[in-house]
Design a protein around this ligand. Structure first.
Ligand SMILES: Nc1ncnc2c1ncn2[C@@H]1O[C@H](COP(=O)(O)OP(=O)(O)O)[C@@H](O)[C@H]1O
Ligand SMILES: [Mg+2]
Length: 273
């Protein structure tokens, strides 16, 4: 199975991604400038699958092809041991990309607000890093041999100039009710061979799970693994299985509201979470 297939929903996006990468794979010619998508920035609340989408792109389109070189960019891969040498690390990478026209560089920047932060007057370090990242992404004097894949929970924190360099800025939304049904079916019902479930039960579970993200459903699935493993080989798991699912969803609802309450109490930092 393709990694992209394990992502529920986002069908148009998946098609677009396929087009972008298949075009690069089929038409890229070293040294010949051609029009292509140079960057996608995913944003949205935590747990909606942004990192999962980037991971699936890497697995399905990047790793299998020699054309691509994958670089993960974050504070630890960019910060050299010598203080203030970060700009040089970024600049060296820019030169490497510029000089290597035989490959397309896939620059992965997850939690992008960390290194593409808005420049302000009093954040000297972030400003320096952001400026050199802008230069890297912009590629004024280099051939178009890179694609940036970035994700953030805090789109408002990303530097404005950098945001405008992406061809696509895409909000990943929490799942709709239909998508929740699909997720529950895939990650719980099918995963644990819960037979005898009915369409109306899926409907009720999805209704209770209103506002959940994919991460919530995947957490419930992991929790159920502990509860259901001993029932695996028993034919009549269903009834107990249903109760476990109901309970896990209810627990998750109260967990989420506790987290929300805590976040409210903890000023701005908390609210962002
Ligand atoms: N659309 C989805 N389809 C299937 N699973 C999902 C989806 N969205 C989230 N998940 C599950 O939630 C987990 C966390 O998602 P993640 O990509 O880390 O979220 P984000 O990066 O947006 O915070 C994933 O590893 C996956 O198990
Ligand atoms: Mg993430």
């Amino acid at each position: 199975m393709q990694a992209m297939d394990s992502i529920v929903g986002n069908d148009d996006l998946k098609k677009q991604i396929n087009r972008i990468f298949m075009k690069a794979i089929k038409t890229y010619k070293p040294g010949v400038n051609y029009k292509h998508n140079t960057g996608i920035l995913f944003h949205g609340v935590p747990g909606v699958g942004k990192s999962m989408i980037i991971g699936a792109i890497l697995k399905d389109y990047v790793y299998p092809y020699e054309l691509f070189i994958h670089k993960e960019l974050n504070k630890s891969t960019l910060t050299s041991s010598k203080i203030n040498k970060t700009a040089k690390v970024v600049d060296d990478l820019r030169k490497q990309i510029k000089n290597d026209i035989h490959h397309i560089y896939i620059l992965e920047i997850d939690e992008a607000d960390d290194i593409l932060k808005r420049r302000t007057h009093n954040r000297h370090y972030a400003g320096e890093l952001t400026s050199s990242m802008l230069k890297l992404i912009e590629g004024i004097d280099s051939p178009d041999n890179k694609i940036v894949l970035a994700a953030t929970n805090y789109i408002g924190d990303i530097d404005y100039a950098i945001k405008t360099r992406f061809n696509m800025v895409i909000e990943i939304l929490p799942p709709s009710k239909e998508e929740l049904k699909l997720m529950i079916k895939k990650l719980i019902v099918d995963e644990y061979d819960i037979c005898d479930y009915s369409e109306s039960m899926l409907e009720i579970w999805a209704k209770h799970a209103k506002g959940f993200t994919g991460r919530d459903i995947s957490k419930i699935s992991i929790e159920l693994d502990d509860l259901l493993w001993e029932l695996r080989n028993v034919n009549s798991v269903t009834k107990l299985g249903f109760e476990h699912i109901n309970m896990s969803i209810a627990k998750r609802i109260s967990y989420n509201s506790r987290i929300r309450k805590l976040a409210k109490e903890h000023t701005i930092e908390g609210e962002r979470e």
